[in-house]
Design a protein around this ligand. Structure first.
Ligand SMILES: [Zn+2]
Length: 143
């Protein structure tokens, strides 16, 4: 724009109309570019909103599934506790043992466990040899 103004001052008659035309075109292209940018931003916002909505729906479904599982788990435990004469302390002790099978007491299952074919004790599935008896747990890649 500075150059166009300078050119118009140097040759006011011939450049004035040309500058006006090019400024009009520039303005038109600028507006088109701005409109396109706005449309792209609106599309991105709508896409994000749909994504958030479907994630929220998935989260609600997962919460409902976890709630149903918790309820069934509690019912199963109470049946077993009463029929097998177990206590809540037995359950806590077992849960701690299962928790530690992956080498971490973090309240999570962690890695899957597999029973040793020789001593039947539970080992983290990624282990090549049994932690307790040293038996090979997987075919070829023994450590
Ligand atoms: Zn073993």
């Amino acid at each position: 724009m500075g150059v166009a103004l300078l050119a118009a001052q140097l040759n006011p008659i011939s450049l004035a109309s040309r500058t006006e035309t090019s400024m009009g075109l520039f303005s038109l292209f600028w507006d088109m570019r701005q409109d396109q940018g706005i449309r792209e931003a609106q599309d991105a916002a709508a896409k994000s909103a749909r994504h958030v909505q479907s994630t929220q729906q998935e989260l609600d479904e997962l919460r409902a599934a976890v709630d149903r599982l918790s309820l069934m788990n509690q019912a199963l435990w109470e049946l077993l506790r009463d029929r097998a004469e177990l206590s809540d302390a037995d359950l806590r002790a077992k849960a701690d043992e299962v928790d530690r099978r992956d080498g971490r007491a973090d309240g999570r299952m962690g890695e899957a466990v597999a029973a040793c074919p020789k001593c039947a004790k539970a080992n983290v599935e990624s282990r090549a040899r049994c932690l307790y008896c040293g038996a090979t747990l997987r075919g070829t890649d023994a450590r």
